[in-house]
Write a protein that binds this ligand. Structure first.
Ligand SMILES: [Zn+2]
Length: 455
């Protein structure tokens, strides 16, 4: 990357003291443009369309002014030009499903839930090109809101944190991980359910999360007797409900009950045409959330464990533990996992072909599901389902930003200048989203080297 001033006049003007010229008259003040023009890159705007070869991106004060082919975009006089020839530019990712505050290297514990841990994790997300992360239902207390407010005020960087505050389940039947379980608000009766909806609606939560899962028969599942009034009460507060589900049968009834989104695909059976049609008809958004389930299909450590990007932010001990998790797996278990994962891929392709509203949710921030990195693996798995790289990127950027209602995820005029500069084009291989040369948030280049050094 090189930076040059576009006109020699401006370069000279800023290089000498203003105000005096040879003849003694005041020099006319040359307006120096505050615009930065990124030129020469292949630009993937995030709208799902074909990339622009030799595109230009104009950014002013952290906001995109113009995007287009070089022939159609006039670079203003005095603009700073950044030459990105050979690079690919795409929006930063918007992940609607993560969990912040629990992981600290090998430790996965709610005792880690501090501002320091969360800020570090938001930097890890940003380092990998995730611009927005929604912490989905596991944020006890005010901390996530304080951090969100600090970021909005511009006093704190990193990936922008959004939160569903605490989700709802039957008592002690929330998140699968025991250390996260107490974050859920328990409800055993309709009255209690309405009371906790009111409690959540009184916060700045972006969504309301519910867990509809009996965890293989080990806990009492939130049933329609409670989730129907929960959804109704949430909607009365203009709050959208995202359901964690496992069974297609629950998905079917939740759609009927007016749920707004799913944090997972069904994982017991392939989603049939009728369910897919209902999801499309009710415009329920769906997070494929593939990467966690994909673990089950391998009997040996998969290639993503060896990618150099993983080692940039994660200790060898954590990588060692991830490798070890595959060692004891039998070929039979892997074959069963493979079959079940293939079923999820088929469900996803069906949803995509039917025009369902697909959004991005990688469920990162649980143990050994690495924040920032696994988002890239999730993208690759979406493509493995038979979805084009352009559409997978759209899902992970503009489609998710639209659902969350944030002004990012698309390279278009008026959007926040949140983008990734890649050394290779993901249209020719989705794994290329891992070839990160730079990350810009609000038009500012992230100090990735500084972050890496601190890790
Ligand atoms: Zn989750």
């Amino acid at each position: 990357m090189s930076i040059r001033q576009i006109t020699a006049v401006v370069a000279l003007t800023v290089g000498i003291p203003l105000g005096v010229t040879a003849c003694g008259a005041p020099a006319p003040e040359e307006p120096v443009s505050t615009v930065v023009a990124y030129e020469g890159a292949t630009v993937i705007t995030g709208d799902g369309g074909p990339p622009l070869g030799g595109g230009v991106l104009l950014v002013d004060a952290g906001v995109i002014q113009e995007v287009g082919l070089a022939a159609n975009v006039a670079i203003p006089e005095g603009a700073t030009v950044v030459d990105l020839t050979g690079k690919t530019v795409m929006p930063t990712l918007v992940d609607l499903h993560g969990h912040v505050g629990f992981v600290d290297d090998l430790s996965f514990d709610n005792a880690n839930y501090t501002r320091e841990t969360i800020v570090d994790q938001l930097n890890r997300y940003a380092y990998h090109g995730v611009g927005v992360i929604v912490s989905l239902g596991t944020d006890p207390g005010e901390l996530a809101f304080t951090i969100k407010a600090d970021q909005e005020a511009g006093t704190l960087g990193g990936a922008r944190l959004h939160t569903a505050f605490r989700g709802i389940a039957r008592p002690d039947a929330g998140p699968g991980a025991p250390t996260m379980r107490s974050t859920a608000l328990g409800a055993a009766t309709e009255e209690e359910a309405i009371a906790v909806v009111d409690e959540i609606a009184a916060t700045d939560a972006d969504f309301l999360k519910i867990w509809v899962d009996d965890r293989g028969g080990s806990v009492d599942k939130l049933g329609p007797d409670l989730y129907r009034p929960i959804i109704e009460a949430a909607h009365a507060h203009d709050l959208r409900v995202i359901a964690h589900i496992f069974n297609a049968e629950d998905a079917r009834d939740l759609v009927d009950a007016g749920v707004d989104g799913f944090a997972h695909l069904a994982r017991d059976v392939e989603m049939d045409d009728e369910l897919v049609a209902a999801i499309v008809e009710h415009d329920v958004f769906v997070m494929p959330n593939l990467a966690v389930s994909e673990r089950g299909r391998n009997a040996d450590p998969p290639a993503w464990v060896d990618h150099p990007l993983l080692a940039e932010s994660v200790s060898p001990e954590v990588i060692g533990r991830i490798r070890e998790s595959y060692v004891s797996r039998t070929p039979e278990a892997a074959a069963a996992g493979s079959e079940s994962f293939a079923m999820m891929l088929r469900s996803l392709k069906k949803l995509s072909d039917a025009g369902a509203r697909l959004v991005f949710g990688a469920d990162t921030g649980i143990q050994d599901h690495i924040q920032g990195y696994m988002e890239h693996h999730e993208l690759a798995l979406i493509v493995e389902a038979g979805i084009s790289p352009a559409k997978a990127i759209q899902i992970a950027t503009s489609a998710s930003a639209e659902v969350l209602g944030v002004n990012t995820g698309l390279l278009a005029p008026g959007k926040r200048a949140d983008f990734l500069v890649l050394d290779a084009n993901p249209m020719y291989g989705i794994e290329n989203t891992r070839q990160i040369a730079a990350v810009y948030l609000g038009g500012e280049a992230l100090d990735r080297e500084g972050l890496r050094a601190a890790w």
